[in-house]
Design a protein around this ligand. Structure first.
Ligand code: FE2
Length: 128
């Protein structure tokens, strides 16, 4: 694998770990148990994505310890609905990044699909 590809994948791998933290934290502060349960499920799937990327990069990375903790502030400032809508958009953006890499790394097709499913689910949860 070229250096550029490796850098891209490591960036995505970090993003997945940040996602794990974001969804875990949102699950904690959600007021609806069904939303909490879905967010925990998404968080677990983001962790699986980070593992899928680790297989490709053969590199162990760390997430960012700060972003997850900001979710309480985001919720207070914007409201949960808006935060969920923003995370949905983030999922669709991430899906596109993976789709651009599928030719080179076919295992990422499943990850791209799941990111889109997360986006759809988060949009639904935002409407609750
Ligand atoms: Fe993911």
């Amino acid at each position: 694998m070229g250096n550029e590809s490796l850098k891209k994948l490591i960036g995505l791998q970090k993003g997945e770990l940040v996602g794990v933290q974001i969804y875990r934290q949102l699950a904690k502060i959600a007021n609806d148990p069904q939303i909490t349960q879905k967010l925990l499920q998404i968080s677990n799937e983001e962790y699986a994505h980070s593992q899928a990327l680790q297989k490709l990069t053969k590199t162990v990375v760390k997430g960012n310890g700060v972003i997850g903790k900001m979710m309480g502030v985001m919720k207070a400032l914007l409201g949960m609905k808006k935060v969920l809508e923003m995370t949905a958009k983030g999922q669709f953006d991430t899906a596109q990044k993976y789709e651009a890499l599928v030719d080179q790394f076919p295992t990422l097709a499943a990850v791209a699909q799941q990111e889109k499913a997360h986006g759809n689910l988060l949009e639904q949860l935002a409407q609750k």
